[in-house]
Design a protein around this ligand. Sequence first.
Ligand code: FES
Ligand code: FES
Length: 168
Amino acid sequence: MSLIVNGEAVAPPSDPRVSLLDHLREALHLTGTKKGCNQGACGACTVLVDGERILSCLALAVQYEGRSVTTIEGLAGEDGLHPLQQAFIEHDGFQCGYCTPGQICSAIGMAAEAGRGVPSHVSADLTAAVALTREEVQERMSGNLCRCGAHNGIVDAIRATVAAEWAA
Ligand code: FES
Ligand code: FES
């Protein structure tokens, strides 16, 4: 069975030990997804699988046969950049850009989690609708590190776009 990557069916690796991250980068040449720590600590490798954010360095590619994987290369549409990509430019959400693809994929998945009412460590009321305050966005994006220290711009960009519906 194939993986679906950015809408196209692609063959899985013949070696079942290959991570999804390495398969994307080395076999499919989708190098937008970055390898930072390769051990689940930095978030640079975040991609979306059926709309949920995952760390592709910790995932085996063969686990995702039949699933729909979206990388940063798959976010822009015919009309241009995804609104969150544009917001990262407008809010100075990056310097070197290494963490940026993971930040953007993670934020899209994070907003969907909020839409499903998933609470975070800083949510005061576990039963109330999620309100994506600045503190909530910071907490929910804490798995995505930015060594350039662009976090303020990153949070601004997220709150201006994908989190706006649940912002408070
Ligand atoms: S490269 Fe996957 S979390 Fe750092
Ligand atoms: S923009 Fe350089 S690590 Fe985030």
